[in-house]
Design a binder for this molecule. Structure first.
Ligand SMILES: C[S@@+](CC[C@H](N)C(=O)[O-])C[C@H]1O[C@@H](n2cnc3c(N)ncnc32)[C@H](O)[C@@H]1O
Length: 273
């Protein structure tokens, strides 16, 4: 029977199974970011929150569900995994508003469903860079107008996090690149280079714009140590210096900076024009 005439034929999930490593609290910074940067959007979410590639067990999906439900008690979260065993494992955690389905970048949405937020974390990092564009195009198709995509990478514990923030206007458009280290312990900006998203990580050779950005952030960090009394203050002052002294397009909102979100404009790693 031709595919088109098969009733309810499910498309083959786009992508492949990769390592399923995950950990409690690993993606907490993505939840904090949405709560700080997009509280109104989360409160009146016009569709599902989709956690794509939740891993061996859905701990990050469940944490996000419970955290964001504090802002929006009606929020529905759909965890999507391409590994059937991981989907089966997750079924015992389903709850009203929390579901897990088998699927790929072409999300397994049912008629009438659409995604308002998609998080794809530590997923694309395991793919060849050449496959990023097709994955983003598939995710774009599932997002509603105004929808957000957080695509990025973290270290195993979530202490270091970097992500692309996209918004679907008429097309999927990058709004920012967000550097989100934990401010609970000291760190050096260069450590975040190891968790750059897939589209950037292979483009940080010495002398390239990404390398120059980290050099500028490091220098700003050292200068900020003279005025900041703790990591939080150093982070804040270093971010302003990156903007004022080096010309990077930093989102200067204190609410973001004080919570450890260095948001660089869509043209990052390039400076303000
Ligand atoms: C390293 S785990 C990440 C788990 C979790 N997101 C985290 O950051 O802790 C990556 C997961 O993505 C899944 N995955 C890879 N490609 C996928 C795709 N195209 N669609 C859905 N899941 C995918 C893998 O099977 C794996 O379980």
């Amino acid at each position: 029977m031709p595919a088109a005439s098969r009733p309810f034929a499910k498309p083959k999930p786009l992508g492949q199974t990769t390592r399923g490593k995950t950990a409690p609290n690993r993606l907490r910074k993505t939840d904090a970011f949405l709560a700080v940067a997009y509280p109104e959007f989360v409160r009146a979410l016009p569709g599902l929150y989709v956690d794509l590639g939740y891993g061996a067990y859905p701990v990050t999906s469940m944490e996000t569900f419970h955290r964001l439900r504090r802002l929006n008690p009606k929020l529905s979260l759909l965890g999507v995994e391409i590994d059937p065993a991981r989907v089966a494992e997750a079924q015992r955690f389903t709850a009203p508003g929390l579901e897990f389905r088998l699927g790929g970048f072409n999300l397994p949405l049912q008629p009438g469903e659409h995604a308002a937020i998609i998080r794809a974390f530590n997923v694309l990092r395991q793919y060849p860079e050449a496959e990023v564009a097709a994955a983003l195009a598939a995710l774009e198709a599932a997002l509603c107008p105004g929808g957000l995509l957080l695509e990025g990478t973290s270290d195993p514990t979530g202490r270091l996090t970097v992500f692309n923030l996209y918004e679907k206007q008429t097309t999927l458009t990058r709004k920012a690149v967000v550097f989100a280290p934990s401010l609970r312990a000291d760190f050096l900006p260069r450590q975040l280079q190891a968790v750059l998203p897939k589209n950037f990580i292979h483009h940080a050779a010495p002398g390239e714009p990404i390398d120059r950005f980290f050099a500028a952030w490091h220098a700003s960090w050292q200068a900020a140590r003279a005025v900041g009394r703790n990591v939080r203050q150093i982070f804040y002052h270093a971010a302003l210096r990156l903007s004022d002294h080096y010309g990077y397009d930093v989102d200067r909102r204190p609410a973001l900076l004080k919570r450890g979100f260095l948001c660089l404009g869509a043209d990052w790693p390039h400076k303000r024009t």
